[in-house]
Design a protein around this ligand. Structure first.
Ligand SMILES: *Cc1c(COP(=O)(O)O)cnc(C)c1O
Length: 399
């Protein structure tokens, strides 16, 4: 018996049974539908891309996995070199793990231990955003701020070590003034908060956060598990404002195999580099640096670089703006767009009840949550396919 994610098993709808997938299309026995959410925002090149399939198959013929404890191999070495060269600034030190949540855990652990290694043991607090989502493991739930995902945490009572602020510069300055000496890090989903409701904010907030982190010697962590690889219309938001630690996941492997990476800069790495054994980072996911995942990631990055993906994303943004211009409905609170993401926030979640089935009948797979109807399409989508996804959203309100 499968226990499905985020579902009340007693009342959940039967999931669609997928028998094949190619490009933007998911196939069931009854027909096909466009995946408008890219399998939780990860499948940026679409399904069954020959380059990715080939990279995985080629590596599988060598070996699929060896652990990184005492062993290393070509795909993980090449991927870390590629990221070192490809990512901005001195984000050069790659710690791999099997999922985004674990990679965020590693980032938070790095930030805490960075100060413990310096004997600054009072810096136990994390500054985070309201509506933040950083994963479903315990510390990432704590850093997150969404009762819809994390109500279980109430069992522990008040959060001790996490302070949440809205994406407003005044609140940011106030938090630093009050808490700077007890903060080890500030963690954000930069520019676009995904699971918290596709909330978008201005880069000025991040620039100010960078200044304050520098002024008070606090580490800045960007959780780009969702925003990385072009989703905001920037390759990485880290290209605009440089964090101390960058977390990538979801689209890292083109969505073909679960994998993630926590990338530290020189300063963070130096905080662990020592003759003393107890300053080492004591972490090691069994499947970190999995050879199939690293091979998929290398092929994915290669496609991203050589096939004009930033132009593809700009085109998606342009078509979305054109198609959503002048679209409004009294039941809608706001329509938000950024890069390869569009979100229609309704005033009452009831308004979206039945949407998934409606979309299914029109050949679109969608998965609205709470008050948010959104699309994050694979970047290889064709214009008429994207228009079909957007028409479906608009037509729901025109019935
Ligand atoms: C999805 C997500 C995570 C968690 O990644 P998993 O691979 O599901 O563990 C963390 N942070 C952000 C911003 C995400 O969108």
């Amino acid at each position: 018996m499968i226990w499905y994610p985020y579902e009340q098993m007693k009342t959940m709808q039967e999931p669609y049974h997928i028998v094949d997938a190619k490009g933007v299309w998911l196939y069931t026995e009854q027909g096909r539908m466009i995946d408008s959410v890219s399998s939780w925002w990860s499948v940026i090149h679409g399904y069954k891309h020959p380059a990715l399939t080939e990279a995985i198959v080629r590596q599988a013929r060598q070996f699929s996995h060896v652990m990184l404890g005492g062993l290393t191999h070509e795909p993980v070495r090449r991927l870390s070199e590629k990221l070192e060269q490809w990512l901005p600034g001195d984000l050069n030190y790659c710690f791999f793990s099997d999922s985004g949540s674990v990679a965020v855990e590693v980032a938070l652990k790095m930030a805490l231990q960075y100060y413990v290694n310096r004997k600054e043991t009072k810096r136990t607090k994390i500054l985070s955003l309201t509506h933040a989502y950083h994963g479903d493991t315990f510390k990432t739930m704590e850093a997150g701020d969404d009762a819809d995902y994390h109500f279980i945490l109430e069992a522990y009572g008040e959060k001790q070590d996490v302070i949440h602020i809205p994406t407003e510069i005044a609140a940011l300055e106030d938090a630093f003034a009050r808490y700077h000496s007890s903060l080890n890090c500030m963690i954000v989903e930069p520019l676009l908060q995904g699971a918290g409701g596709m909330r978008m904010y201005d880069v000025a907030f991040l620039k100010r956060a960078r200044q304050l982190c520098d002024a008070y010697d606090v580490l800045l962590i960007f959780d780009e598990v969702a925003t990385g690889f072009g989703r905001t219309g920037n390759r990485f938001v880290a290209d605009l404002v440089l964090p101390d630690i960058l977390v990538l996941g979801k689209a890292l492997t083109g969505g073909y195999i679960g994998h993630a990476v926590t990338v530290a800069n020189q300063k963070v790495y130096a905080g662990f580099y020592s003759d003393e054994a107890d300053r080492a980072l004591m972490h090691g996911p069994t499947f970190m640096g999995n050879a199939l995942a690293c091979s998929a990631a290398l092929a994915s990055i290669d496609l991203f670089e050589t096939e004009g993906y930033m132009d593809k994303i700009a085109k998606i943004a342009e078509i979305t703006r054109r198609e959503m211009a002048d679209f409004s409905d009294p039941r809608i609170g706001e329509v938000r767009m950024m890069g390869g993401c569009v979100c229609v926030e309704v005033k009452d979640a009831e308004t979206l009840r039945g949407y998934q089935q409606f979309a299914r009948e029109r050949g679109v797979f969608a998965r609205p949550f709470l008050k948010y109807l959104y699309a994050m399409v694979p970047y290889i989508i064709r214009e008429e396919e994207l228009v079909c996804v957007l028409d479906c959203m608009k037509d729901w309100f025109r019935r």
